[in-house]
Write a protein that binds this ligand. Structure first.
Ligand code: DC
Length: 670
């Protein structure tokens, strides 16, 4: 997951390959609640692991459910419709998870305990009044602790005998279908007699109600439905565990990869995107996104639990669509509309305004930043296509809304070849923590950006480069470690760093069984991180690095580190030889006295005794060798920026490099 302040996605040239998507959020949280209310143990396979499901699991654990995780399966032992103990007031924090807040409000109101439900500030702006009104009609006791109509809520115990079940419960269906879902999921708790629910107003997002009914049926509850206006939970309904249940991959998450398949041409002879975990026969309403994608020109094939998508019409065909049935996935259409042959209109999407953020405003604002003309109203958005000359490199605000972040990543496929900056990319953790990694596994950029930081030994380039990489979410290459490991392999093979062994050492270098993980260097599985950091290993590295065949053998290995979304590489010849086309090259220096002092401190702190003088002599000898060798000597690239950090703190050096990086980017402001 990217926990950086922003993520820059370079302009993309194409995409192809296979992705496996995480489980559906809607199915996951419904299944969790049903399994928790049922008696017996339910084994849930392929559950989504995300912020929203974690919030739900924490709440269920607090209610007394048994929860055991083993790999991607979870065993839940339910409470059998009854609280184990009547605990005093139980506070539950539900983050920004509407799929936890709404159904838990209904279920807890009927379970008979004393609860306080709260969430993040945005959660306290998301309406719940219609659900509370419906539950209050029934006799439940719920108080608003903040603004009337919104969480946080206090739920007080009620006796089932006090519930008014003879009249139908009326609930509004035109704000959020989650209110009806919440009642449907929870009312079996009180089904001593038939309970009828009447929907007031036109029910929106009907497919989500279908998921609810489908899953209730899996847990033994056969709701009777008359049109979309009246639902009856039969007397005597009881949640019974199906034993095992599989969670389909998330159809809304699939929309980004369906769009990708429709937009991107293949790479490396492959064609199209294959999506595993969800097929066209999915129970999730958002799967109907494939119809809209087809209308726009995508070629979609499907089988049990898979989809394959290719580019068909190009440019895409503009659409005018009532998107009420696919509210979440339709956001993806708004970005696809940039690539269409005319303006596209998405209608009947008022519910966008009460989601994680006001999604109509958010989409309109951010699409405009890309250069698009957008019209928006209370319940529609119209997006005009973007001509190649009008595309702008934009910093996209994501409003703590995972879907804004995910759908705008698609704007990296643009004819102007400009990158897209996604602010606060970690918000995707709500439903798809590895979204960007998954995207990068199938996408190919025109050019993966590289920042080179070269300089003499002990100039602090390792610390600087690793930190810059971390802040940008880029990969990191410590090229010196490759020479150090080669030196170690040479020693272990009983060879010396002289020209007569050059070919043998180069052969060792070409086949190093190296693996980098969590800041450690593994050689054939053995952690050699400490061993290669010794002064002697540095000297060996410096010696093997003078051998041209060794340098040639390590070239391809170093270049393979250049992967999306970008790379920060440190060494001696990153800017001159390995990545001559790098967008930013820094040559980092510090006085020999300073460097000797830093190294001295480092070694002393590790308990290694040494003197400043001997360190300085070694350092200067190494600099002299590294700078005078015939191949790839240590020297600044012509276009390198010089940074003398003798008088700078690490933070100041990092800021300088990030400022330079910002200067060479097309973004107007961060
Ligand atoms: O950066 P370092 O101290 O870990 O590097 C050890 C030696 O490896 C260095 O003295 C010279 C060599 N080296 C090189 O020749 N080219 C690089 N890109 C990195 C290191």
């Amino acid at each position: 997951m990217f926990s950086t302040a922003f993520l820059d996605i370079p302009a993309m040239a194409g995409a192809s390959g296979t992705v496996r998507l995480p489980g559906s959020k809607s199915i996951s949280n419904r299944v969790l609640l049903l399994a928790a209310l049922a008696s017996g143990t339910t084994t849930v396979h392929d559950l989504l692991d995300s912020d929203d499901t974690r919030v739900m699991l924490d709440a269920l654990r607090a209610l007394g459910c048994g929860i055991d995780a083993a790999g991607s399966t979870l065993r839940i032992t339910g409470i059998g419709g009854q609280l184990k103990s009547k605990a005093p007031l139980l506070p539950l924090f539900l983050g920004n998870a509407g799929t936890a807040m709404r159904p838990l409000t209904a279920a807890l109101s009927l379970l008979g305990g004393d609860f306080e439900l709260s969430g993040v500030p945005r959660m306290h702006e998301r309406p719940i009044g219609d659900l509370v009104d419906a539950l209050t009609q029934l006799g439940c006791r719920i108080d608003y602790l903040g603004n009337p109509g919104y969480p946080p809520l206090r739920i007080r115990p009620v006796d089932h005998s006090a519930l008014v079940l003879d009249a139908p419960i009326r609930v509004r269906g035109d704000v959020s279908s989650q209110f009806l879902t919440a009642l449907l999921l929870a009312l079996p708790l009180a089904a001593e007699r038939d309970i009828a629910i009447e929907v007031v107003g036109e029910l929106i997002s009907k497919p989500y109600i279908e998921i609810t009914l489908n899953l209730l049926a899996r847990f033994g509850i056969a709701v009777r439905r008359e049109g979309w206006e009246r639902f009856t939970i039969p007397a005597g309904s009881r949640y019974s565990s199906p034993g095992d249940i599989h969670v389909e991959a998330d159809a809304s998450s699939a929309s980004y990869f369906i769009a990708l398949g429709a937009m991107a041409t293949g790479i490396a002879g492959q064609n199209g995107i294959r999506i595993e975990g969800v097929g066209a026969d999915s129970i999730q309403g958002d799967i109907r996104f494939i119809d809209a994608a087809r209308q726009m020109g995508a070629q979609v094939d499907s089988g049990p639990n898979w989809l394959e998508v290719r580019r068909g019409a190009w440019p895409l065909k503009a659409i005018d669509l009532d998107a009420n049935h696919i509210p979440d996935a339709a956001m993806t259409l708004a970005v696809m509309a940039l690539y269409a042959d005319g303006p596209s209109t998405l209608r009947n999407i008022a519910s966008w305004r009460v989601k994680e953020t006001d999604r109509i405003d958010a989409m309109a604002n951010e699409l405009r930043k890309l250069g698009a003309t957008v019209e928006a109203g209370p319940d529609f958005i119209r997006v005009h296509p973007l001509a190649p000359a009008d595309w702008q490199a934009a910093s996209i605000r994501t409003y703590d809304d995972h879907r804004v972040a995910m759908c705008f990543s698609l704007a990296a496929f643009n004819p102007a070849r400009v990158p897209v900056r996604i602010l606060e990319p970690h918000c995707v953790a709500k439903t798809f923590p590895d979204y960007f990694e998954t995207l990068f596994s199938v996408a190919e950029a025109f050019e993966v950006p590289v920042i080179c930081i070269d300089g003499p030994t002990a100039s602090g380039k390792g610390t600087l480069a690793a930190e810059v990489a971390r802040l940008l979410g880029y990969h990191y290459l410590d090229s010196g470690s490759l020479y150090r490991v080669t030196g170690l392999a040479m020693r272990r093979a009983g060879l010396g760093a002289d020209p007569q062994h050059e070919a043998q050492i180069a052969a060792l270098a070409a086949a190093l069984p190296l693996y980098f993980t969590e800041g450690k260097v593994l050689l054939a599985g053995e952690d050699v991180s400490d061993e290669i950091r010794s002064e002697a290993a540095g000297m060996d590295a410096s010696r093997v690095s003078t051998l041209p065949a060794v340098r040639a053998a390590l070239l391809a290995l170093q270049q393979r580190f250049r992967q999306l979304p970008g790379l920060v590489a440190d060494g001696r010849d990153m800017g001159t030889v390995i990545f001559p086309d790098a967008a930013l090259k820094v040559f980092l220096t510090a006085s020999a006295a300073q460097r000797a002092e830093r190294r001295h401190k480092q070694l002393i702190s590790k308990g290694i005794s040494t003197t400043l003088d001997s360190l300085r002599t070694d350092l200067e000898a190494r600099d002299a060798r590294d700078s005078s060798r015939s191949v790839a000597p240590l020297k600044p690239a012509q276009d390198a920026r010089h940074l003398d950090n003798s008088q700078l703190s690490i933070e100041q050096s990092i800021d300088q490099v990030l400022n330079w990086w910002q200067e060479v980017q097309p973004f107007k402001s961060a």
